[in-house]
Design a protein. Structure first.
Length: 486
């Protein structure tokens, strides 16, 4: 018979088993090339936060290509987000400002807890923020909902502002590649290389990686597709509301020689006359007042051709592509309060220079209200529509991989008393649906919103799995061809 002692002992062991998630035995661990890390187990997922993928880019490593992570002994905790990279402001209105540090090259991983011996598809998310701000730990970007659909989500950090994109003659001279700038892009490539070497330890398939991003993160996707340094590091690409396809005649500051001149002016504004002095300045001094520095550079190493030139020549990293933009992009980022019919043309010329008359005539107006809408439509098409349209057409013309193109028109129920009031299907609006994170906001989401979030997140996950967003229960999404937008 079962003795009372044995019964009590069994009952105790059973009670302890109910609390195992809080014990050491249930803390997930993974072995990386630099050492073992431990994460957290939440809701059927293993989550690793603040995983280093490169050495801290501080001191003499400031404005250099990312260096390898130093090895450690024992188990390193990866249960808290690392500080975000040095930045100005926030990447989304209403966002809580993140803690920042120059020591910021970390990534975060969401993986199904049962995935240890699987080979799951991986989405690597690149945040937006105009290259002046952004964070890999923003709750809207968390990968929990997507991971529950059978993939791994990795969010990566990269250097921003002058720390990420300064071109400077001394930097070019000291570089073995005779280039400077694009340190933020180098960080993205270093993170993708880390994923190639390490993601299998988390249950991921290094040969099934999708890069994805929004706004400047999407611009990064277009540049990674154009960069020979990123070849083979990903097998699919997703771009949301951002690409770099302006002809260089309209953006001469992207050329290395011109970017170096802007870098010299920037250094002079800080009172620095040498690279040594620049490296000795506190990181906080380097942010702000650097509008001419926060862009990529066409230089020999990372980006020898602009994306437009690379795609037009058929030299892009040719992978399946899912891209699109939103119907009301400009409402979130362009202030039209003072736009009037009387000053429309002069205001436009002051902000964008002399434009072809036919281009301006494509946005007719008579009243002030019509002028405001015309300006919003103009900005939507110039800043986003053209880039995504050109990107899709170039890939369809010169690439062998499929393109899937979308126009996002769902209007979130932004409260009338919120900072998002009146935005509609604006820049950022698709993010709540892509990540299936409607639950993060107490807004009056409708059944239609829930359906769009379920379908959109599933399309994205299906695309990451196979390069085709289609699947059971979804409306058929046809492949884009140039005939679609002739």
């Amino acid at each position: 018979m079962f003795s009372s002692y044995a019964f009590l002992r069994a009952l105790l062991l059973f009670s302890l088993s109910l609390t195992l998630p809080a014990t050491q035995a249930q803390i997930p661990q993974a072995s990386t090339e630099s050492g073992t890390i431990s994460g957290v187990h939440e809701g059927g997922l293993n989550i690793y936060k603040g995983v280093p993928f490169a050495a801290p880019p501080v001191g003499d490593l400031r404005w250099r290509a990312p260096a390898p992570v130093a090895h450690w002994s024992g188990i390193r905790k990866a249960d808290a987000f690392a500080p975000s990279c040095m930045q100005d402001g926030v990447s989304m209105p209403g966002e809580t400002p993140p803690a920042v540090s120059e020591d910021c090259l970390y990534l975060n991983i969401w993986t199904p807890a049962s995935s240890a011996h699987e080979h799951l598809p991986v989405i690597v998310w690149i945040y937006g923020g105009g290259y002046i701000n952004g964070s890999s730990s923003m709750p809207l970007y968390w990968g929990d909902k997507l991971a529950h659909k059978g993939i791994i989500v990795v969010t990566i950090a990269y250097r921003l502002g002058p720390l990420g994109f300064l071109a400077y003659p001394e930097l070019t001279r000291e570089s073995p590649h005779h280039s400077s700038g694009n340190y933020g892009l180098m960080d993205q490539i270093a993170a993708l290389e880390w994923v190639q070497r390490n993601i299998a330890a988390f249950g991921g398939d290094p040969k099934n990686v999708t890069i994805a991003g929004q706004s400047s993160g999407s611009m990064s996707v277009s540049m990674l597709m154009a960069s020979p340094r990123a070849k083979g590091l990903f097998q699919r690409a997703i771009g949301e509301s951002g690409g770099l396809f302006e002809p260089l005649q309209l953006a001469p500051k992207y050329l290395l020689a011109n970017a170096e001149q802007d870098g010299e002016k920037y250094a002079a504004s800080l009172g620095a006359t040498s690279l040594q002095q620049l490296r000795q300045l506190p990181a906080a001094r380097l942010t702000g007042n650097a509008d001419g520095i926060v862009h990529s550079v066409i230089e020999p190493y990372v980006l020898p051709l602009s994306p437009y030139e690379a795609f037009a020549a058929g030299q892009q990293n040719d992978v399946p592509l899912l891209i699109g933009s939103n119907a009301e992009e400009a409402r979130a980022i362009v202030d039209v309060l003072h736009v009037t019919a009387a000053t429309f043309n002069s205001d436009l010329e002051r902000s964008d220079g002399q434009l072809p008359p036919a281009l301006v005539a494509a946005y007719p107006y008579t009243t002030d209200a019509q002028a405001k809408q015309a300006r919003l439509d103009f900005e939507r098409d110039l800043r986003f529509g053209w880039d995504m349209w050109a990107w899709a057409r170039l890939q369809a013309s010169t690439g062998k991989s499929s393109v899937y193109y979308y126009s996002f028109r769902q209007q979130p129920p932004f409260p009338a008393d919120s900072i998002y009031a009146g935005w509609g299907a604006s820049h950022y609006a698709e993010l709540w649906y892509v990540f299936d994170h409607l639950n993060q906001e107490p807004w009056r989401w409708t059944a239609a919103d829930q359906k769009v979030a379920e379908d959109m997140s599933t399309y994205w996950v299906n695309f990451a799995k196979s390069g085709d967003p289609n699947g059971p229960g979804l409306l058929t999404w046809p492949v884009f061809t140039n005939a679609d937008m002739a």
